[in-house]
Design a protein around this ligand. Structure first.
Ligand code: GLY
Ligand code: MN
Ligand code: MN
Length: 429
């Protein structure tokens, strides 16, 4: 295995927490993600379903988890199904989990082959009233491609129409939004690997390099440290591209005098870092770049103190918007009188800062959980203010990842250089 898996005590605890949230006489069933096809007989790299992973630690396709806390026979209260391995599978695909290995990783005592699932399910459904199924209810989800879970919902409702069906998504969103210390450790590793990539890139970057060469430097450092690669598609945008929020081409030459905005994070054990740094191609910020840079950094430092337990994200985003607005006036980009007359529903700062400041982070980069619930200790958020001045080809965003604590927040990226002087120093060594 490429990464150090969490101890199964973590997965036992997540299942126990979920079991407490279910109605009496219920079963919860979760499916693995599909191995996604590309073209012909090609497939993408496997990425486990995060909810199934959160409850089992099993990182293998075709896995099914069933949790039935009130079932009379104790051995059937948690059952894990993994795809049957045999000589043929070993020859073509290599090692797949044996039942004993799946039991050890997950802490689930009863592990069966997936081929036995239908029969076991029949026995369970003849007893329970409520069936909790998993659907992707993420606020930004595109559900055009039907998942294994979605197909299963259809199949089950047709075969067992009189059971009462319930949604797992809100329960898992609530559970997953508070991170356990074990999860924070994985996130810290993802951030540390991201730091290694960034330091390598500071050393590598100079006028004439291509954006994708920088991307390759990150990937090299990530993979050699046990990451499977980028947690999300990397953005490496120089010059005018630094102002393109979702720039993914990464195919231009970096020119002296320009900035490079790099929104890049490593995954580690399915947890993700989400970092943004903006550096000068030639190792020195111009005075104008530097004043915008320092404005963004000031907003970030202030926001770190504002994102605290009890805060509502909607209020926080407005307050950060007001800070950016003041900085934009200072930079000569907005006029105070115009700001006073602005439509509060459509503030002028939106021209230069058009995205949110923070999102939850974890197994998903834009992690699950209600964004309308107050912030709580144990949550992990990004803080990522930016100012994008297209007419000057200056796009600056800075992004770190924070654990919200009772007394103070912990910056998981505190060791990653961010002050302009430090970045210039490292680039000119
Ligand atoms: N990298 C995606 C984001 O910053 O939200
Ligand atoms: Mn990001
Ligand atoms: Mn982010």
């Amino acid at each position: 295995m490429r990464y150090q898996p969490l101890n199964n005590t973590f997965y036992k605890s997540t299942r126990a927490k979920l079991a407490k949230m279910l109605r009496p006489n219920s079963v919860a069933i979760l499916n693995a993600n599909d191995l996604m096809p590309t073209n012909a007989d090609g497939t993408m790299k496997f990425r486990q379903n995060n909810d199934l992973f959160y409850l089992s630690g099993i990182d293998q396709e075709e896995t099914i988890l069933l949790i039935c806390p009130d079932f009379p026979s104790e051995t059937m209260r948690e059952v894990l199904f993994v795809r049957e391995t045999n000589e043929q599978v070993v020859v073509w695909e290599g090692h797949k989990l044996h039942q004993s290995e799946a039991a050890e990783l997950s802490g689930v005592k009863t592990v069966r082959w997936t081929s036995e699932f239908d029969q076991v399910l029949q026995g369970i459904l003849s007893h329970v009233d409520h069936v909790y199924l998993n659907t992707n209810e993420h606020r930004g989800a595109s559900n055009e491609v039907e998942s294994r879970d979605a197909r299963f919902v259809k199949k089950l409702k047709e075969a067992y129409p009189l059971h009462r069906y319930e949604r797992l998504a809100p329960l898992l969103g609530e559970l997953r939004s508070i991170k356990a210390p074990d999860e924070i450790d994985q996130l810290q590793k993802a951030c540390d690997i991201t730091e290694k990539g960034f330091r390598r890139v500071l050393d590598f970057t100079k006028p004439g390099v291509k954006e994708y060469e920088i991307e390759a430097e990150y990937l090299h450092e990530f993979v050699r440290h046990g990451s499977r690669g980028f947690g999300y598609e990397p953005i490496v945008g120089s010059g005018a591209n630094s102002c393109v929020l979702h720039y993914l081409e990464n195919d231009q030459v970096c020119h002296s005098g320009d900035l490079i905005l790099m929104d890049v994070g490593a995954e580690y054990g399915n947890y993700n870092a989400d970092m943004t740094r903006t550096v000068p191609v030639n190792g020195r910020y111009t005075p104008r770049q530097r004043e915008v840079y320092d404005a963004v950094l000031r907003v970030m430092r202030a926001a770190e103190k504002m994102l605290r337990p009890g805060v509502l994200l909607q209020d926080y985003h407005k307050e950060v918007g007001a800070l950016v607005e003041a900085e934009l006036i200072g930079l000569g980009l907005l006029d105070k009188r115009d700001v006073r007359k602005q439509d509060p529903a459509n503030p002028l700062y939106r021209k230069y800062f058009m995205h949110g400041t923070s999102h939850p982070l974890g197994l998903d980069v834009h992690d699950v959980g209600s964004i309308y619930a107050p912030v709580k200790a144990g949550m992990v958020f990004t803080i990522e203010p930016g100012i994008y001045i297209r007419e000057e080809s200056i796009g600056i965003r800075l992004e770190n990842n924070y654990v919200i604590g009772e007394k103070s927040n912990k910056d998981l990226m505190a060791e990653i250089p961010i002050e302009a002087e430090e970045i210039e120093g490292l680039m000119n060594q």
